[in-house]
Design a protein around this ligand. Structure first.
Ligand code: WTA
Length: 678
């Protein structure tokens, strides 16, 4: 079989082999206190009532001027929400809470070194710091509404402060994840056309104080090579007054923020009245190919959407202590650490470092001490904590009412550990499926309304109407056991408006595939292509199988890598699994399986055989792997996603490419030797 034939087979409908999982129900206690218990919500948010339903989300915000047009489709598929409306995001996240909550903690900051005290930033304190920083940006840096500013900041309180200061001025912030290299940052500076870079001298990860300012120098250089001059670099210090970086400060270009702030003590800046459709921020997503894409999120629609979903799906209430363990450098942090929670006057916990530092009990000690009752993290972190300390959570006296998983499909085995051990059998779990591009959740159960099903995200969110198409654009019905490309039939306020500076790529990447008429101004002609494969159960729940490009085609059967990986985790010794396609004379492709084991477990023939048996019983003989490799660890991105691309290259004996941006590049050579020999 040639490659071409394999691709064509994969274009057909796809069989999936998941087994149905049992339901878990929310407790009466949770339901009794929940923000959203009205099942009628889904009726109000039906496709017939679209887009009128979203007025409910807009009304959670404070508008300087109310909007007149809910959805403007005149530049389809660049959707504009709440047109005519005027508001300010920083006002909505800070000022409007002062009357009632000025002494309440907005942000509880937990430094990684356990001996360092926590920092509680009240809404009043946040207000003062955002204002002074905004004054500095306006008068010292000279930026104004519509300008872009790049932030390359790790998890320090100054990050949300800086974001909100930008928002106060209508300046578009573009935060680059702190773990990214100076080069990646420089490319993003150039793409966004930022004249200013805001950074931090250093921060803690795994007990080490990392030098971060050095990256700024590289970033500026790279940006300049790409034709973008950076006039000012503002440097926050991890310890005010004490510079922890080795990199020199460049005269006339680099400034310590706290020093300059002396001139702005007591400054107040009126929130700039911004049109709802003005960009609030850019968030770059990096695919495996091509330049990173700057997703442009707009003020009114985005803020309304993350506020609504934080309220109803995260169930955040003023008395709660909410902790999302993501990094603000990713969309999850923007939407569900900063903008959504703060718009609701929540107390949002921020943790500087690594969840397993100094040991796997750290998150639970933090939860116990701060009395966290809403917890939000990703499967990769859950697997890591399960691997490092499966019994740990029980040793600590905390009680969550609500937990989230986001970012990848979660294996039912891992889901059950999260439920029974971390949630102690009492917390509800929402599995929220969404993307950088979508601003907020697309699918999830509504925690007090729907039962949970391990491994399934749940139905579409209110007002989100998913549909699964086959390659020809024919709808795949629920309950048929077939998977396909999951799309969203309608726009929603949280969706990005375009790719910064590249509308064409926006249209071709996300809309071209299923567009019914490229000239149409009717949203019905523009289903949004997510790039994920999914199937829908009879109960209407969606099960996300991973990226469309993560599928393995074995003799014409399209297998989701995730279902194979999930089957591996049934083997008790296995902590993590990654599956990649490897060329095979006969079948075209076969799965190669990489597993890492839980602590104290040893690699053995027995484990390998158990993995093969698990695949055979969970999925079928068709999916039997070519090899099973037991490896010490998986190659991972800084955000914790397993780099299957690297493993696939090793399996196929191809060039591995650049791995320097991985979180653990050293593991690659170790795995290569194991697989290919010396
Ligand atoms: C995957 C993260 C299964 C999916 C918010 C998507 C998920 C990509 C889930 C976006 C989930 C995210 N279940 N898969 N609950 N959440 N994904 O842009 O493949 O970092 O397309 O946004 O992650 O990743 P991104």
């Amino acid at each position: 079989m040639t490659d071409k034939e394999i691709v064509e087979v994969s274009e057909a409908e796809i069989a999936a082999h998941w087994q149905e999982e049992e339901y878990f129900h929310p407790s009466m206690e949770f339901i009794a206190q929940a923000n959203m218990t009205d099942g009628g919500l889904y009726g109000r948010f039906s496709l017939e009532d679209f887009p009128g339903c979203y007025k409910e989300y807009a009304d959670l915000l404070s508008w300087d001027e109310y909007w007149h047009t809910l959805l403007d489709t005149s530049d389809a598929p660049c959707w504009r929400w709440f047109v005519g409306g005027v508001l300010n995001a920083s006002y909505n996240c800070v000022d409007r809470h002062l009357a009632k909550y000025k002494n309440k903690a907005a942000i509880l900051y937990v430094p990684e070194p356990e001996a360092e005290p926590h920092v509680a930033l009240t809404y009043q304190e946040l207000y003062v710091r955002v204002n002074e920083t905004a004054a500095l940006l306006r008068d010292f840096v000279g930026v104004k509404a519509g300008d872009r500013v790049t932030l390359h900041m790790p998890m320090v309180p100054e990050l949300p402060i800086t974001m909100l200061a930008c928002a106060r001025l209508g300046v578009i912030h573009s935060e680059v994840f702190g773990g990214f290299s100076g080069k990646s940052c420089g490319e993003r500076i150039a793409d966004s056309g930022s004249r200013v870079l805001i950074t931090v001298d250093g921060y803690y990860r795994s007990g080490k104080l990392l030098d971060h300012k050095v990256k700024a120098d590289e970033a500026v250089e790279v940006a300049e090579e790409e034709g973008q001059e950076v006039e000012k670099v503002l440097v926050w210090r991890r310890y005010p007054g004490r510079y922890v970086s080795e990199a020199p400060m460049k005269e006339g270009r680099d400034f310590f923020v706290e020093d300059v702030l002396q001139d702005f003590r007591g400054s107040r800046v009126a929130p700039v009245r911004m049109p709802a459709e003005a960009p609030l921020f850019l968030m770059y997503t990096s695919g495996t190919t091509g330049r990173p894409k700057g997703c442009q999120h707009n003020t009114g629609g985005y803020l309304a959407y993350v506020t609504g979903t934080s309220k109803y799906v995260q169930d955040i209430q003023p008395e709660d202590v909410y902790w999302c363990l993501a990094d603000i450098g990713w969309i999850t942090g923007h939407s569900y650490i900063v903008y959504g929670p703060l718009a609701l006057a929540a107390t949002s916990v921020m943790y500087e470092g690594v969840p397993t530092y100094p040991d796997a009990g750290r998150p639970w000690r933090i939860a116990e001490r701060l009395n966290v009752n809403i917890f939000h993290t990703a499967p990769t972190t859950i697997r890591m904590l399960r691997k490092a300390g499966p019994e740990e959570p029980q040793k600590y006296d905390y009680q969550f009412k609500h937990m989230t998983t986001v970012g990848e499909p979660i294996e039912p085995e891992v889901w059950r550990w999260y439920y029974h051990f971390v949630g102690k059998g009492k917390a509800v779990i929402v599995d929220t499926w969404w993307q950088t591009e979508t601003g907020g959740f697309l699918c999830s159960t509504m925690p007090a309304i729907h039962p949970m099903k391990p491994g399934s995200a749940g139905p579409g969110m209110p007002g989100i109407h998913p549909v699964i198409y086959d390659e020809a654009g024919k709808e795949i019905e629920a309950g048929t056991g077939k998977a396909g490309n999951i799309c969203i039939q309608n726009p929603w306020p949280g969706g990005f408006e375009t790719i910064w500076g590249d509308r064409e790529r926006y249209v071709s990447t996300y809309y071209e595939k299923y567009c019914r008429d490229p000239k149409s101004k009717d949203w019905r002609d523009w289903p949004y292509f997510t790039g994920d494969a999914a199937m829908q159960g009879k109960d209407g729940y969606y099960r996300i199988l991973g990226r469309v490009d993560d599928v393995i085609n074995v003799a014409g059967h399209r297998l989701g890598t995730k279902e194979l990986e999930s089957a591996c985790l049934v083997v008790p010794e296995v902590a993590e699994a990654a599956v990649v396609p490897v060329k095979d004379e006969i079948k075209g492709r076969m799965p190669d399986i990489y597993v890492s084991l839980k602590p104290k477990q040893k690699a053995s023939r027995k484990v390998e055989q158990a993995v093969v048996r698990a695949i055979e019983t969970e999925i079928g003989k068709i999916a039997r792997p070519k090899h099973v490799y037991v490896v010490p660890d998986m190659p991972k991105t800084r955000s914790g996603k397993i780099m299957r691309r690297v493993l696939a290259a090793i399996s196929d004996g191809r060039d591995i490419g650049d791995v320097t941006t991985l979180a653990n590049p050293e593991i690659v050579e170790e795995i290569r030797t194991l697989v290919q020999g010396e």
